[in-house]
Ligand binder design. Structure first.
Ligand SMILES: [Fe+2]
Length: 279
């Protein structure tokens, strides 16, 4: 077990049910809008949908860009919204987060910034892909060593890697300039490790489901819609999608397989400002 680790006990052989929420982009102002969408209202709708859809979630993963303005109040608002759920929430930073402010204000009994989650036959590694002051990401040698060490120390567990930035390109040129810069190297390296079953990220505000060949079968590559605005897939220039905010459900099975599905808020409540020319 690593130093910053959380362990959950579950019934042997049982699947682990996770919800990923990502890129809430909250403001200090409760009425704060990102390109025309009130980000607290859209996050609240997504959390309500999670609550309505599933009664048996083991833990929520929040994969960065929790704040849009680096404010203490934005993190306090997130902590308050998560505290209304009985499910523990693990978070990691995105490029819009200030790590110091985030760690200081994401406080609560059920909130954790631990890097390793040990549960059933699985370990979930919460990685920091951010580069201070830059929108793009990089997985440092320290993070890569952390992955290798964790996998070596828990050979009986399947492994899910979680980060903010996209290790593969989306096909949208404006967005891909801010991808995980060493994504190819990371994929090559982790695909050599036994038991890496999936990589999960946010940042791109759209759903992606692909696979990459790994040492013990295909590795699931998964990106998830933001809880606020959505980017249009494969657009060379900045473009917003009218798809509604959403989240991803993951069931990690004891045999190392997984089932996953993206859910979006029904109806047409959240529409971005179509005249927005940038982000
Ligand atoms: Fe981001």
């Amino acid at each position: 077990m690593q130093k910053d680790a959380t362990t959950y006990d579950i019934i042997e052989g049982q699947s682990i049910r996770l919800v990923q929420i990502t890129d809430p982009h909250l403001f200090s102002d409760p009425q704060g809008q990102l390109l025309g969408v009130n980000t607290r209202a859209s996050l609240a709708s997504v959390l309500q949908l999670v609550h309505d859809n599933h009664q048996n979630v083991d833990c929520i993963l929040a994969t960065g860009d929790i704040s849009q303005d680096y404010s203490a109040q934005s993190y306090q608002a997130f902590a308050a919204m998560m505290s209304t759920h009985t499910v523990p929430c693990h978070y990691l930073p995105g490029n819009h987060d200030d790590i110091h402010t985030m760690n200081l204000h994401l406080q609560g009994e059920k909130l954790s910034g631990d890097k390793q989650i040990l549960v059933g036959n699985w370990q979930i590694l919460m990685l920091d892909s951010t580069v201070r002051g830059k929108p793009g990401g990089l997985l440092s040698d320290a993070e890569l060593s952390f992955i290798e060490r964790s996998v070596a120390q828990e050979p009986q567990r399947h492994c899910l890697l979680v980060m903010h930035h996209n290790p593969i390109l989306t096909g949208a040129a404006w967005l891909d300039q801010h991808c995980l810069a060493n994504g190819n190297e990371v994929l090559k390296s982790v695909s050599q490790l036994a038991n890496v079953r999936g990589i999960l990220w946010g940042h791109v505000h759209q759903q992606i489901d692909k696979t990459y060949p790994g040492a013990t079968g295909d590795i699931h590559l998964m990106a998830t819609p933001s809880t606020c605005i959505q980017f249009t897939p494969k657009s060379d220039f900045f473009a917003l999608d009218n798809l509604q905010p959403g989240y991803r459900l993951l069931d990690l099975h004891a045999d190392g397989s997984m089932s996953t599905h993206v859910y979006r808020v029904p109806g047409k409540t959240f529409f971005p400002d179509e005249s927005a020319g940038g982000y």
